[in-house]
Design a protein around this ligand. Sequence first.
Ligand code: AVI
Length: 314
Amino acid sequence: MTPALEDEFAREVRLGLGGFEQKTLPCRYLYDEVGSALFEAITCLPEYGLTRADARILCAHAAEITGCLDGSVVVAELGSGSGAKTRPVLQSLRQRQSVSYFPIDLSAAALAHCARELAPLGQIFPIEQDYLGGMKEVAARRRAGATLLVLFLGSTVGNFEPAAAREFLSALRAWMEPGDGLLLGTDLVKPPERLLAAYDDAAGVTAAFNLNLLARINRELDGDFNLRRFQHQARYREEAQRVEMHLRSGARQTVRIGGARMSVEFAEGETILTEVCYKFCAGQIGDMARSAGFRLERQWVDEDWGFAESLLRV
Ligand code: AVI
């Protein structure tokens, strides 16, 4: 990490672990190189059907999705990763026009992989930025007269608090033009046992993904977390429609984090909230879209897992 980013990480750790209320850490810090590799593994787990459901809808309905948009279409994707799920969308567009695709991701390695894999389908313009920084660049570079289709897949919107999700979608919309489309993937509410298994798998991959956040603090901020004294915990809060990931302290302990100039006291059983994963009812997505300045045009649902892909229009 650059010194500026390291300072920001230290500041957020101090803020999240330094108060008297529920300790928290921002979920974006789960995704360093190790965390991103563990997340890739999560997407292959039998218990975590979300990514496969997302891909199934795109495979089955790519032609209908692109068919909803008139004229020449350019595609941008927020958090593209390797772009694997996007292939059917680009393939379907390619049958009627030349393809321009702007994958946006913070990981240079993922963008390079994506560009290599999808280059045969058209022109790829990788953007190594955060989501809104990337959208600003897309807005400046998009072909005049073309319709923009933005992909925000994988239910990443569920990792925002509801007010922050609306704010984020509004900010996204500000970089789009009338007629543009946003394809939004959202995981749907399902039985708690199924959700808990998805976020606490038998092989312990999600546990490793969560605990890696403490290992990252040790590596990057000179922390002395003993990972064996913390346990991964997934909780489902039905009234809030969200899964929460916690790290639970197995004992009373003090942890020193040199890079954040702090010592943190943990009571036995106290937790750090590391991620919220909101689940949606298909009908809620139209309301969220409207409050951010979009209208819901069409929705495709995977009934096997419970996942919706919604086409929102500016
Ligand atoms: C990236 N995001 C949509 C995942 C989710 O399901 O909320 C992150 C994740 N956390 C644990 N497993 C997967």
